[in-house]
Design a protein around this ligand. Structure first.
Ligand SMILES: *Cc1c(COP(=O)(O)O)cnc(C)c1O
Length: 360
């Protein structure tokens, strides 16, 4: 492809980040999360790369799981939102997938189906986030019935999810941890899982039997840190090139809607990437991008296929120079703040229009 807009994915960085998870949580099993196209990194390529290094791979739904199976990924696959319909339970069982049971109706469906072989499942409980999961009372009662029913495999994992793990001092974390521990104490025969990336990095007591890293695998700080992490290695670099350069006089405007006005004579670089490529239109003037490794600043509203940078202060800028929009040297979290969003969102909404290149 001649258009220079690229997503470059460093699979070795993902493997190194996974090794860091193992280092932090040496006694836990690892559920590698590749939902939402591996946070935009390409689910098939990432799953193939991490398959030998994780214990199970997680996706959000059956469609995502089947896409991996079709491409030859043989690892155990867990569906984080479980069955969406009763019929789907048959496929889950038939294809040996592992399903999260987060609501009573999913368990009812399973009882009605009364399939001959037990399904593999995780049981999600709501310890305070109030998004998914059985209430603590419901869970306690249901677990006994599940185990005696013969419908569910013995290796049942009890799971819950933190609402504010990215704020380690938030008191809700301790509250959720205590509620979870209390339930687990009543059912010590079950395995337990609580930690997403932020919780893995925040406190070893959250590690338990299974850790569930997502964002940290991709080398982005789950705490929203805007510096490139010293330990985690960013896996994705979004880049393009300068396709036009012009001098604008003081008082001239740049881009749609006259948003940016030159306060002095300025050099403006036009870059071949826009909101049609996943770069956020919400990005404010001043959002950083790296031109030949030096910081340039967004000047004017992002267009569909292009954006404009003020490069007045950078020497020897030329047509064809490389521009990093985020990645190895510029944290996606930093760009996200200028666009009133979070790194997770910028990563997951990159369109298929932009080619992904893998380096291994
Ligand atoms: C997405 C997800 C994770 C991973 O979260 P990160 O913050 O990306 O580490 C962990 N657990 C569950 C249940 C999830 O849905």
């Amino acid at each position: 492809m001649a258009r220079p807009t690229r997503i470059s994915i460093d699979l070795n960085a993902i493997k190194a980040n996974l090794a860091h998870v193992r280092h932090l949580a040496p006694s836990s099993k690892v559920l590698g999360i590749v939902k939402a196209n591996a946070y935009g990194h390409g689910a098939v390529a990432v799953a193939r790369a991490i398959a030998p290094l994780v214990d199970t791979i997680a996706v959000s739904c059956m469609e995502e799981a089947q896409a991996l199976r079709m491409e030859g990924v043989k690892s155990p696959l867990l569906l984080l939102e479980g069955a969406f319909t009763q019929a789907e339970w048959r496929d889950i069982a038939g294809q040996g997938m592992i399903a999260m049971i987060h609501s009573d109706y999913q368990w009812q469906w399973l009882q009605e189906l009364a399939m001959p072989t037990p399904v593999m499942a995780w049981l999600k409980v709501d310890t305070g986030m109030h998004r998914l999961g059985l209430s603590l009372e419901q869970a306690s009662e249901m677990m006994a019935r599940m185990r005696s029913s013969g419908l569910i495999h013995d290796q049942l994992v009890l799971a819950s999810h933190f609402a504010s793990a990215d704020e380690p001092d938030n008191p809700l974390n301790q509250q959720q941890y205590h509620r979870f521990s209390e339930l687990h104490r009543k059912h010590p025969e079950l395995l337990a899982s609580l930690a997403n990336s932020a919780a893995i990095m925040a406190d070893p007591k959250y590690h338990l039997d299974w850790v569930r890293p997502g964002l940290m695998l991709y080398g982005v700080s789950p705490f929203g840190c805007e510096e490139v992490d010293k330990i985690l290695r960013p896996a994705m670099t979004l880049s393009s090139q300068i396709i036009a350069l012009r001098e604008v006089k003081k008082g001239e405007f740049v881009g749609y809607g006259n948003r940016w006005c030159a306060a002095k004579p300025s050099l403006i670089a036009t870059v071949a990437i826009g909101y049609g490529d996943g770069y956020p239109i919400a990005a404010k003037d001043g959002t950083p991008a790296l031109v030949n490794g030096k910081e340039a600043y967004l000047a004017g509203r992002v267009s569909m296929d292009m954006l404009t940078l003020d490069v007045s202060h950078i020497h020897n800028v030329k047509i064809g120079d490389e521009v990093e929009l985020w990645g190895k040297r510029l944290s996606v979290n930093r760009v996200a703040r200028y666009a009133n969003t979070i790194g997770y969102e910028l990563l997951t909404r990159l369109p298929s229009r932009v080619q992904r290149d893998y380096v291994d």
